[in-house]
Design a protein around this ligand. Structure first.
Ligand code: HPA
Length: 246
């Protein structure tokens, strides 16, 4: 079973042949929505829309713990692929590019970011040196090659709190910290998956230049990038389909 968490621009997996849907409750509250089970190619797949079916849940209010738990423990997913939209900082990561990040910076705050809640059990400090699963990453990159889609291998994903976009100075600061792309949902999703010992990787669609960069000088308009997102998600779809038949 492969789990896919869809972000902005991917609230439905139209190419998933849904066999059933399940409402899952978790010890951590309700996930963002119903779990959609089905098949892509020869693989069982479960899909959840990170921001809810109608895209109503902002990044800081997503119940990441419930989402990851429902996929890993209720649906028994053996891997989680996150699909997410990001802003680009690095000069080759321009709008329309698809990138599989290899590292993470976390600027989020106030999110329920761990399953560790104190009590009688001993605290586990999970290793997070390499935040993304190497095999899953390589699988996505190989699927992209099979599909004939150009994908950038490696980027540092900086997670900001949102829902507002960043200031130009914040983007300069994130760049100095080593960030290449910026999104609002990469954490704590990735570290929660690690706590539950489920391989996790992300495939990111660059939707815009980050604040203060290139053509973002007149402000970033999310409505203006919808068309681009549709095209790019069609490419992500082909990559995921190839991943599922591999
Ligand atoms: N910043 C943060 N998150 C984002 C952006 C951005 O520019 N674009 C898409 N998600």
């Amino acid at each position: 079973m492969l789990a896919i968490i869809g972000g902005s621009g991917l609230t439905q997996l139209a190419y998933l042949n849904v066999t059933h849907r399940e409402v899952v409750r978790t010890p951590y509250g309700e996930p963002s929505g119903i779990l959609n089970f089905g098949r892509i190619g020869c693989r069982d797949v479960v899909f959840i829309a990170r921001h809810g079916h109608g895209h109503t849940i902002p990044p800081h209010l997503v119940n990441y713990r419930a989402n990851v738990w429902s996929l890993a423990r209720a649906a028994h997913a053996e891997g989680i692929v996150s699909v997410a939209s990001v802003g680009g900082i690095r000069s080759d990561l321009k709008p329309g590019v698809v990138v599989v990040p290899h590292q993470i910076l976390d600027y989020t705050w106030g999110r329920k970011h761990t399953y560790e809640e104190g009590g009688d059990t001993q605290v586990a400090h999970v290793d997070f040196t390499e935040p993304y699963d190497a095999t899953l990453r390589q699988g996505l990159l190989a699927a992209a090659t099979d599909a004939g889609e150009l994908v950038v291998d490696g980027a540092v994903y900086a997670t900001t709190q949102g829902p507002r976009l960043e200031t130009a100075a914040e983007i300069n600061c994130i760049e100095r910290d080593g960030g290449d792309i910026v999104g609002m949902t990469g954490m704590p999703e990735a570290s929660l998956a690690r706590e539950l010992d489920v391989p996790y990787a992300a495939i990111c669609v660059v939707a815009n230049w980050c604040a203060g960069r290139h053509d973002s000088a007149n402000g970033i308009r999310f409505d203006a990038i919808e068309g681009l997102l549709q095209d790019t998600h069609a490419r992500v779809r082909r990559i995921i389909e190839h991943f599922c038949v591999a």
